[in-house]
Design a protein around this ligand. Structure first.
Ligand code: SAM
Length: 303
């Protein structure tokens, strides 16, 4: 069987899966679109966009171009950050009349550093259904290819544009024991990296994920001390879209132990040693076995 035949037989099965799902009328569908490569859209998203009665878009011109590439032509509603409240009312009355409305942003997942969350909130408050059609998001794409090993991340999104506000936001993030995820515009990337270097110091590891899924995609892993030289080494690096990931703050063993004891002490009041260890592992991100041993010791010290 050739590659094409395999692709065709897979697509027949998938087509069936796409159609078997219910797409109830009177529902708002939140549809992720590509962050670069036009092929990064799900089959279900395409099916739904073709099925929708109208598509609410952050920028109708951008979305019209994207939809034309998929051969989809639909009535478009402008739904940007300055009209979310008014457009939410229009969307609600159309949903109440039994239409299916899709919501898309310019790129990636609506509501993630993009308009959409207010519309979703208003639709839910009106007692109507909202359903996600998941797909690309720059933050998750960058995390997946970063190699930063930490099971927690903290999505910051865009920092304030003004230097003073940006720096105080950064100082507040200094001790967070999770990978920090920032979005950044190309004209600010050098200043932001300098600010990160000043506040977090040269040893912290950074991942600069540029132009993901596009022709000139680059993912640089280095220390903050090395990052300015990487940016300066090629003038193109002052252009393009960036996700910046910063390694989690190191947590000392003493701090970890204190946190584990604090959480376990609360849980052991109500739960068995086994349950307390399992819950504490979820709450702290520490290993369940180690927490179980510690919980046993604490129970013996304080039956
Ligand atoms: N809703 C989108 C999502 O789900 O990722 C984010 C929209 S936000 C207005 C745009 C920012 O996302 C850019 O300034 C950049 O920081 C990041 N971004 C979007 N596409 C990207 C890409 N292809 N490569 C790297 N960063 C990207």
């Amino acid at each position: 069987m050739s590659t094409t035949d395999t692709a065709l037989s897979v697509s027949a099965t998938i087509n069936d899966a796409v159609r078997r799902q219910h797409y109830p009328a009177g529902t708002l569908y939140v549809v992720a679109t590509p962050i670069g490569n036009v092929a990064d859209i799900s089959l279900r998203a395409l099916h739904l966009l073709a099925l929708a009665d109208a598509i609410a878009c952050e920028d109708t011109r951008n979305s019209a171009q994207l939809l034309a590439r998929y051969g989809i032509s639909k009535p478009l509603l402008a739904a940007h950050q300055h009209n979310e409240r008014e457009v939410a009312e229009k969307i609600i009355s159309r949903l109440q009349a039994g239409e299916r409305i899709a919501l898309v942003s310019d790129a990636g997942t609506p509501g993630v550093s993009d308009p959409g969350a207010r519309i979703v909130d208003a639709v839910q408050q009106a007692g109507l259904q909202v359903s996600p059609l998941p797909g690309a998001s720059a933050a998750i794409a960058a995390l997946s290819a970063s190699g930063l090993i930490h099971d927690r991340f903290y999505f910051v999104g865009f920092l304030p544009a003004k230097a003073g506000q940006r720096d105080s936001s950064l100082r507040a993030l200094q001790n967070i024991p999770a990978t920090l995820v920032f979005y950044e515009a190309p004209h600010r990337i050098s200043d932001t990296v300098q600010a990160l270097l000043q506040i977090f110091g040269p040893e912290r590891r950074i991942v600069l994920a540029r132009e993901l899924t596009k022709l000139f995609e680059e993912i640089e892993r280095c220390t903050l001390g090395e990052a300015p030289a990487w940016l300066a080494a090629d003038a193109h690096r002052e252009k393009g879209e960036y996700v910046v990931l910063l390694e989690a703050a190191p947590v000392s063993e003493d701090e970890q132990d204190l946190e584990a004891r604090r959480v376990l002490a609360i849980l052991l009041e109500e739960c068995s040693v086994k349950q307390a260890a399992a819950l504490a592992a979820q709450l702290t991100g520490l290993k369940k076995n180690a927490l179980y041993q510690l919980a046993l010791e604490m129970k013996q010290e304080n039956p």
